[in-house]
Design a protein around this ligand. Structure first.
Ligand code: GLV
Length: 331
């Protein structure tokens, strides 16, 4: 590798990430906030870098990786500033000997906070009530004004019980909720007791829960995990919360389920074709929509940003990147 590696940062990220990279290499980056390079632009800029510091908005597919691997210098590593890495073809990267890392752990609490806030906001109709007030429609307290769903002592159904699912259960305990979960990996009895979570097959979780919150990674086996059949199993009073990845939920089937009253509402932080959103959702009052902000506290985003830099720095120094996803490429 050249003495000073070439590093590409694909979006503006929190400031502390840059000096860590500049200490070891030459950094190319956009400093304009909110600029997301389309795929063609990424493909034009990517080749000729040793390291790519990527965001979940970047489609790091096999063609992109092959192009960057064939350039000079050849790409050594993609460090994603996100815990999810479905935007990267990790198998292709492994085949090409390119390391891939993510940023797990540091965002779990913050994401759990937002997932719970979304649950509360949807259940208690907070955005809808605020829109009503700001529109000058509040003429006085009313016994039926914005009656919503009860959160405390209700049943939470978690689909996915990894780091963020467990945090969600901890938040729910404060509201004395009963937490059911389904995951392909069943937790040990000790962990189930510690996190106050009861395992059930997925269909039973869907049938019994008042709130269903999705916390699985997105991969081929979780594509449209929640679709027509699953909505049919849910209670008509159920509320779906998704802070994981959009395509885990079949968004068109969700619209149909809401229109038919098969479920009562949804709180969504992620969408199937981000940033596009099924147009019908935008006009539904029983749906709360957020622009993928679950990990967006300044502290957490700063931790994620430095973690991605740390992975690149470790690789440059010949050390094992702490969050490498395909360690086999280091052999
Ligand atoms: C956010 O969605 C992440 O994967 O970090």
């Amino acid at each position: 590798m050249s003495a000073r590696p070439k590093i590409l940062v694909t979006q503006k990220v929190p400031d502390p990430a840059y000096p860590l990279l500049e200490a070891i290499g030459d950094v190319e980056a956009t400093m304009e906030e909110g600029v997301i390079w389309p795929y063609e632009e990424l493909l034009r800029r990517g080749p000729g870098h040793d390291y790519i510091y990527s965001l979940l908005t970047d489609n790091i597919d096999a063609h992109f990786l092959e192009t960057c691997a064939a350039s000079t210098p050849a790409l050594k590593m993609v460090a994603n500033m996100a815990v999810g890495f479905n935007n990267i073809d990790v198998d292709a990267a492994t085949r090409l000997g390119i390391a891939v890392s993510n940023t797990p752990g540091v965002l779990s609490d913050t994401t759990g906070d937002l997932a719970f806030a979304l649950l509360m906001a949807t259940a208690r109709r907070i955005p809808e009530a605020e829109r009503f007030l700001r529109a000058g429609k509040y003429t006085g307290w009313g016994p039926l004004l914005f009656c919503g769903a009860e959160v405390h002592h209700s049943t939470l159904g978690l689909i996915g019980a990894g780091r963020i699912g467990k945090i969600m259960s901890k938040r729910a305990s404060g509201f004395e909720m009963n937490t059911l979960y389904f995951d392909v990996y069943r937790m040990s009895p000790a962990d189930e007791a510690q996190y106050n979570m009861t395992y059930l097959p997925m269909d039973e979780v869907l049938q019994q829960a008042d709130f269903i919150s999705v916390h699985t990674p997105y991969m081929p086996s979780t594509h449209h995990l929640i679709s027509e059949r699953e909505f049919h199993l849910m209670k008509p009073t159920a509320i779906l919360i998704n802070t994981a990845r959009g395509p885990i939920v079949d968004e068109k089937a969700l619209v149909r389920a809401l229109q038919a009253g098969k479920i009562a509402g949804a709180g969504l932080d992620v969408f199937e074709n981000e940033p596009a959103i099924e147009p019908e959702l935008l006009s539904m009052e029983n749906v709360v929509l957020l622009p993928h902000i679950a990990s967006a506290s300044l502290k957490t985003r700063t931790l994620m940003a430095t973690m991605a830099s740390d992975n690149i720095v470790a690789h440059f120094h010949g050390q094992r990147p702490p969050n490498i996803l395909n360690p086999e490429v280091l052999q």
